[in-house]
Design a protein around this ligand. Structure first.
Ligand code: FAD
Length: 505
């Protein structure tokens, strides 16, 4: 079966759902969206409680990736959930809606992504948002992505918030403000108590458009490239091969793992690596798959003297900085259970989670084989830069100051993690290396820029190949200082605008 469309979008995750909906608003163009996963998932996928998301990891809607052994974390192999279903990772994520500090976007332009800064991104971040209230100068109120007023705080959730204030952190009215710093209540992508994935918000409401074709269970194996131009994509569906052709553009939105993997399988990437695997080189682009990074995440946990009232509850979060000057580089959140390391389980108690918002460590996504069905080698290089360990140790100490604050004295029992093991910097560092894991925010593997290692230009077009763009988390030169979904929504909104506008010329 061969079909021709104006646009072919590969991957129906956060970015792909936005692109399919926005590009098909023009009834004059035809759009095909190919998604490797299914159209829907288990019932808990629509549960609006973020803790329920843990039940989706390792399920049929998760790619179930693992990392390569990580030298920075005692050679641990980390499980790496990624959504494989319409809505992609927004269908299995924690639903936190948080853009990050303006400086995280401005950092993109400083690395050569001309025109990709906070001010230029702001209209697109706002376009995606359906926030309740907020400052209309920087909050979008009419966008598809609903942000519901969170439930009231349970007593423990309120005391965790107050403990952050006791420890000297300012109250921050809106965590999505451009200069947000201090403690705030998290916003979530929840509508009427149910998860709102990007597919729920953007794609499902427009599925009946005659110019939009959505093909699920279709895993793209490689791109069709002829004379330096991308003409379409080859996929496999139920064991049968198929090809779709694009008259105007193919847009890769397969995420920080999938997009570089498809480019590499198509002969676009580091030439020597491709030749070694027997893949003909179509465009030598050394940066494809490089620059992989993620926020490292760890936590401290406490037992409690009395049982907390069970949720639902709003949840406090915190932007803080490890050093004087600079921008916030630590993101914290709080749970009303005492988590065991790397999500191994939970006891009665509470935890204070801390992630490094601006990690320095950089890894890669590489092919393990020329076989499109083989999983790639994912190396996030956690804690390979010693400054990341130092700042995580500083964050642990900050978290401990909050855990020991007066507002928690009615609850707090023993510090169960790390406890007495981590007193000195060495002890804290060893604990961090032993327990750190993914914050689920990989980015950077097809980054925007103009240097030799950049993969796409400021219009998101792949260097050296016509008719091919990338629009998803992979194009971020560096990770934003918060959970990544809101930023990806903004990138995809902007990509849709760029792609539609250049077609008009
Ligand atoms: C467990 C978890 C918790 C998270 N929690 C939060 C949170 O609370 N808040 C937040 O802001 N962010 C969170 N994130 C991160 C956020 O969800 C992601 O940054 C965002 O969804 C990435 O969007 P994307 O479009 O780049 O990729 P994805 O949404 O992952 O979409 C990629 C899509 O491409 C498809 N695909 C891949 N390869 C192929 C192929 N070869 N052929 C066809 N289709 C393919 C995939 O199946 C997937 O549907 C979390 C992520 C995870 C996994």
């Amino acid at each position: 079966m061969e079909k021709v469309y104006d646009y072919v979008i590969v991957g129906g995750g956060t970015a792909g759902a936005v692109l399919a909906a926005r590009l098909s608003e023009n009834s004059e163009v035809s759009v095909a969206l190919l998604e490797a996963g299914a159209g829907e998932g288990p019932a808990i996928m629509s549960d609006g409680n973020p803790e329920a998301a843990v039940g989706l990891w390792g399920s049929s809607v998760d790619w179930n990736y693992t990392t390569t052994p990580q030298s920075g974390t005692g050679n641990a192999v980390h499980t790496w959930p990624r959504g494989r279903v319409l809505g992609g990772s927004s269908s299995i994520n924690g639903m936190t809606h948080l853009r990050g500090h303006a400086s995280g976007f401005d950092a993109w332009e400083k690395q050569g992504a001309i025109g990709w800064n906070y001010q230029e991104m702001l209209p697109f971040l706002m376009r995606s948002e359906g926030a309740r209230g907020g400052d209309p100068r920087f909050r979008g109120q009419t966008g598809p992505m609903t942000i519901e007023e969170p439930p009231a705080a349970t007593p423990l959730a309120q005391d965790l918030y107050d403990a952050a204030v006791d420890a000297g952190h300012p109250r921050c009215e809106d965590g999505n403000a451009p200069q947000a710093e201090g403690v705030f209540w998290a916003e979530r992508n929840v509508a009427e108590g149910r998860r709102q994935s990007a597919a729920d918000a953007y794609l499902f409401p427009v599925l009946s458009r005659p110019n939009l074709t959505v093909v699920t269970d279709a895993q793209v194996r490689r791109l069709v490239i002829e004379n330096g131009r991308c003409r379409g994509a080859e996929y496999v569906r139920n064991g049968e091969p198929g090809t779709v052709h694009a008259e105007r553009e193919v847009v890769l939105s397969a995420g920080a793992v999938g997009s570089p993997q498809i480019l590499l399988l198509s002969g676009i990437g580091p030439a020597d690596d491709l030749r070694r695997l027997g893949i003909p080189v179509r465009a030598a682009l050394p940066g494809v798959g490089a620059n992989l990074h993620d926020h490292p995440l760890a936590w401290i946990s406490y037992g409690v003297k009395k049982s907390p009232v069970p949720g639902p509850s709003r949840q406090a979060m915190l932007f803080a900085r490890t050093g004087p000057g600079g921008d916030p580089d630590i993101l914290m959140s709080f749970t009303a259970v005492a988590l065991e390391p790397r999500w191994a389980g939970a006891q009665e108690g509470f935890s204070i989670l801390f992630g490094l918002a601006t990690p320095a460590s950089r890894g890669s996504v590489r092919l393990s084989s020329a076989d499109p069905a083989a999983y790639p080698l994912i190396d996030p290089a956690y804690l390979t830069e010693s400054e990341d360990v130092d700042r995580m140790v500083a964050a642990l100490r900050m978290a401990r100051d909050i855990g020991r604050a007066d507002s928690l004295s009615a609850w707090r029992d023993e510090e169960t993690l790390p406890g007495r093991e981590a007193v000195t910097d060495e002890g804290c560092g060893a604990y961090i290396r032993r327990t750190v894991g993914t914050y689920f925010h990989p980015v950077g593997t097809c980054r925007i820029g103009t240097d030799d290692e950049a993969v796409v230009d400021a219009g998101l077009r792949v260097h050296g190949v016509d008719g091919l763009s990338v629009a998803d988390a992979s194009v971020m030169p560096s990770v934003v200082s918060a959970n990544t979904n809101a930023a990806v929504l903004g990138i995809a909104e902007r990509a849709a605008h760029l792609i539609a506008t250049r077609a008009e010329r």
